[in-house]
Design a protein around this ligand. Sequence first.
Ligand code: ZN
Ligand code: FE
Length: 271
Amino acid sequence: MQSTFAPDHAPALKVTRVPAFDDNYLWLIHGTGAHAREVVAVDPGDAAPILAKLTADQLTLRGIFVTHHHADHVGGVLPLTRQFPVPVWGPATEDIPGRTIALLGGEQVQIPELGLSFAVIHVPGHTAGHIAYIGHGAVFCGDTLFSGGCGRLFEGTPAQMLNSLDQLAALPGETQVYCAHEYTAANLAFASVAEPDNRLLHQYQQKVSEQRAQGLPTIPTRIALERDINPFFRSRESTVRRTLVSRAGSTLLTDVAAFAALRLWKNEYRA
Ligand code: ZN
Ligand code: FE
């Protein structure tokens, strides 16, 4: 069990977690080497907990990454930039307050002063312009991928979301996944119904319930773990298809149709 769920290496990147609202995680990415006290904030939905952390840990804000336009991801941007006039990277096709650098996906974000470099990919589905930042063995994926789940389809199609998740699933297995919400326990309750025959999933669900009972976070997760337990990474597996087919009472012909049915089912699911 230990080797299955524990990372094999220490993460290459130093990242600080800043909890906000009911279940959001805001992330601070630290610079490398001598710049470890300089940070980039990811999806600062609220400025107050970020400011408190900067003060408590004597950190300096050098930039802001935004993944998508929802208020719980951008609400703190202007309050922060009023105090610290730092660059704000965010999706080009969405209304991002204070954005100074617009990204479509396909770019490389370089912050040489901090020794940081991230590839940007377009991951539409939750929102139309949603982007993810990949680098240093980590991905900051906002509300696209969660542990055991994925974001709701507010603006995109099932086909878009399936393609976005396929891109994330193709990252190296050891990639640390910094998503924006602690939804893992509820996601796994659904996952275990969607794929009852997945033994690793049941083991992980047990581990997560112990972690949460102690108030511990389950994020970051890892791509390899998500490939084993996340039904939205596994909608092509025969074990997941079996459940979908028996629920629909008919054969689901395409990968997109199966993924769409899984996402719809999750929307309606109550534990
Ligand atoms: Zn969102
Ligand atoms: Fe969110």
